[in-house]
Write a protein that binds this ligand. Structure first.
Ligand code: ADP
Length: 466
């Protein structure tokens, strides 16, 4: 047989090969063209892997001692055994032995046959190594794809602004929340690493990393649905708020109630002068006003919840309203030693619900007084009016304890109170500003707060000048 023929036969047979077993079947087929063997066995790592014909197992004792020698030489070798020749053909890649083909034949092979076998062994080594590599790559791909697809996080790789790869979880998230892709793309450009994305009824956490793959930059994004974690967190917060509210409201009710009880008992049980009775009764009256205030807050709150809070607008002199509010809080201001400043002498009328706007201003002034800073020598609450034609601004500013920057957004929430050592003993229900905001918005106005913790707070109410 010519080398040419052998090579074309090899190519033909090898083209059908899909795995190691079929490779050895092909090799056995080709070798038959070169050596008229009786049996052909393939030994992989000292064990029989394939036999041709299937029932012809070559006696191990005939060749086992020579395997290390073949491994050293890496070229076909024939040994005379009884009336046979046992051929050992190493299949190798570089210096690495991959397997040994053992065959038995009755004829001593010529030098030309040995050369052919050498060529076959070299080509088979290459093919076998390729097969193993392909297998390895396939397994590795399957392995990493399985791991990536089992991940509960969405994983996306962006290359030049396009999605180059995404795992099953990511496709699922994008299918269920198509808007998320726009959010993700916007965040990628912002150069930060961690984000939270809020969509209607769903929350996601997301991380963005620049990576180098195949010498080029890609962006690896992981997305996790954290809606249930957020819900649990919210429920916990609501729970905490409820507990705080109940503790607060009980305290708020108990204080005036205890005073009323004690003063009444004294009047009933202790002989007193008319003046003393008058003084005690005044205290009882003031305490009952406090109770009434709390009940009004609760009532307003329930109306706010059921959307039955109503306003009745009438032309109102805003200065008179402010003056009435100041009168209402005067007693509290002297208790806390807070000076109230209001300088404005021009008359200004706007169309509003007089009682409700007085409630708003009284509430803001009360907060400025309650949250005044004991450590400051001068405690001030200033109220000012600005009129820019379309709108009237009522500005209440104090030099009190201020509000931490991360809490400012929350102070209009129902029941929310800043929880700190400084606010701990200050009475309140956390409903005031929620009601204030509602009233202002019912007037088509707006309310905003600025503050610097430990320094000052400024609340601005803007009402349409109608
Ligand atoms: P309450 O006064 O009953 O606690 P509010 O709804 O009026 O409830 O206010 C909510 C929270 O906002 C207060 O508990 C307080 O922590 C903070 N706050 C409001 N006004 C001021 C202010 N002028 N200075 C500092 N903190 C304030």
């Amino acid at each position: 047989m010519e080398v040419q023929q052998l090579l074309s036969k090899y190519m033909l047979e090898i083209s059908k090969v899909t795995d190691e077993k079929s490779l050895y079947i092909a090799i056995a087929e080709i070798m038959r063209k070169v050596v008229d063997y009786k049996a052909l066995n393939v030994i992989v790592q000292s064990s029989l892997f394939y036999a041709e014909p299937a029932d012809q197992i070559i006696n191990e004792e005939w060749f086992i001692d020579y395997l290390p020698w073949v491994e050293d030489r890496l070229s076909p070798t024939f040994l005379p055994v009884d009336n046979w020749y046992v051929g050992l053909v190493p299949i190798f890649k570089g210096v690495k032995l991959l397997s040994v083909i053992v065959l038995t034949t009755s004829e001593e092979p010529t030098a030309e046959v040995i050369d052919y076998l050498q060529l076959l062994s070299y080509l088979s080594g290459l093919t076998l190594e390729n097969l193993r590599l392909l297998d390895f790559v396939d397994n590795a791909r399957e392995y990493s794809e399985t791991v990536l697809n089992l991940s509960s996080d969405g994983i996306i790789v962006f290359y030049k602004g396009e999605i180059e790869f995404q795992n099953v979880k990511s496709s699922e998230i994008i299918k269920n929340y198509p808007d998320i892709l726009r959010e993700i793309e916007a965040k990628i450009d912002s150069n930060e690493e961690f984000f939270e994305i809020e969509l209607p009824n769903a929350f996601f956490s997301m991380s963005v990393k620049k990576i180098q793959l195949q010498g080029e930059e890609r962006i690896l994004v992981t997305v996790r649905n954290i809606t249930s974690e957020k819900e649990v967190q919210k429920l916990r917060e609501v729970d905490k708020i409820k507990t705080n509210f109940i503790a607060n409201i009980s305290h708020e009710l108990r204080t005036p109630l205890t005073a009323i009880k004690a003063y009444t008992e004294t009047i009933v049980n202790v002989p007193m002068t008319q003046d003393e009775i008058k003084e005690f009764s005044e205290t009882i009256y003031n305490q009952s006003l406090k109770l009434e205030g709390i009940l009004n807050d609760l009532l307003d709150f329930s109306q706010l919840e059921s959307h039955t809070l109503k306003i009745v607008k009438e032309p109102t002199n805003i200065h008179d309203v402010i003056n009435d509010s100041i009168l209402t809080v005067n007693h509290l201001a002297s208790q806390y030693d807070v000076k109230i400043e209001f300088n404005f002498d021009q008359d200004l009328k706007i169309n509003c619900d007089r009682k409700r706007i007085e409630q708003v201003i009284t509430n803001l002034l009360t907060n400025s007084i309650k949250f005044s800073d004991k450590s400051k020598e001068e405690r001030v609450a200033k109220i000012a009016i600005e009129n820019d034609g379309d709108f009237v601004k009522i500005i209440v500013e104090d030099n009190g304890i201020g509000i931490p920057a991360d809490k400012i957004d929350k102070i209009f929430d129902k029941f929310y109170r800043v929880d700190s050592d400084l606010t701990y003993s200050i009475p309140g229900t956390g409903l005031g500003l929620a009601i204030v905001k509602e009233i202002v918005e019912m007037h088509n106005g707006s309310i905003s707060v600025e503050s610097e913790e430990g320094k000052w707070t400024r609340v601005t109410v803007q009402l349409p000048n109608e």
